[in-house]
Design a protein around this ligand. Sequence first.
Ligand SMILES: NC(=O)C1=CN([C@@H]2O[C@H](COP(=O)(O)OP(=O)(O)OC[C@H]3O[C@@H](n4cnc5c(N)ncnc54)[C@H](OP(=O)(O)O)[C@@H]3O)[C@@H](O)[C@H]2O)C=CC1
Ligand SMILES: O=C(O)C1=N[C@H](C(=O)O)C[C@H](O)C1
Length: 268
Amino acid sequence: MTRIAIVGVAGRMGRTLVNAVQQDDGATLAGGIVEPGSSLVGADIGELAGVGKLGVTAVDSLEAIADDIEVLIDFTTPQVTLANLAFCAEHGKRIVIGTTGLNDEELAELDAFRDRVPMVFAANMSVGVNLTLKLLETAAKALGDEGYDIEVIEAHHRHKVDAPSGTALKMGEVVAESLGRSLKEHGVFERVGQCGPRDPKEIGFATVRAGDIVGEHTVMFATEGERIEITHKASSRMTFAKGAVRAARWVADQGIGRFSMQDVLGLD
Ligand SMILES: NC(=O)C1=CN([C@@H]2O[C@H](COP(=O)(O)OP(=O)(O)OC[C@H]3O[C@@H](n4cnc5c(N)ncnc54)[C@H](OP(=O)(O)O)[C@@H]3O)[C@@H](O)[C@H]2O)C=CC1
Ligand SMILES: O=C(O)C1=N[C@H](C(=O)O)C[C@H](O)C1
């Protein structure tokens, strides 16, 4: 049984993860961490998640439960995730990271832990999105240099704080890499006013934030006369949570290194 602690256990993903661990025969809940000073310290994390009392109470310090846990699952914020990586390095723990919105410096900081911590880091833990990444590679190689314009469109709930989504950026990176382009050079994240005609090598991004949309991503390949759209729509956070628990069980058997969801799913 993989002993898992969920950081950000009171959040949208945190509560869903409690559910997912409960449903998994190979994993057990060893802890739940809330923000320091939170009024939820001491609350039963099963009750927090709406699955009934589990006898595991929320704490606001990982140190307090360090001996009980094997793998952290972290869906929080970039700064909290980096602090948790330092904790893992110090205490010999493993981590599954779903947090998005890291800037370049934060990504470099995270990457530096690849030599100290066994970690899975993925902007999207769903099987469907990770398969979609493979489809995008094929589509980009076939169409990208044939006069097809490439645009990435994503939609999420009104509470999401980062844009474009981590998944949209990953999709853009996969497409760019497949075409030998750099997303830094060719990514276009804003169009407003007299912005001129489209550069054929652009990879454009558009973001929708509305209501309770769980997560939708489309990559469009459009030319004169036709367009192809590859779309993934998540209708439940359980798809991400189940993927994260699968990753936690997988990384429990890995040595130090940075892994992706493609590694977990054997899609590489
Ligand atoms: N990779 C994937 O498959 C997916 C990734 N995500 C990403 O996961 C992240 C979280 O998303 P979501 O669950 O919707 O966001 P929420 O805001 O609902 O959850 C984040 C939680 O982290 C808590 N938190 C903040 N600081 C700390 C701390 N120091 N210690 C412990 N907990 C802390 C917050 O508490 P408080 O509310 O008190 O601040 C909050 O409960 C985002 O980056 C999102 O993009 C989301 C879905 C899927
Ligand atoms: O914040 C979310 O909700 C989600 N975030 C991830 C992202 O930024 O790609 C994954 C998923 O789409 C839901």
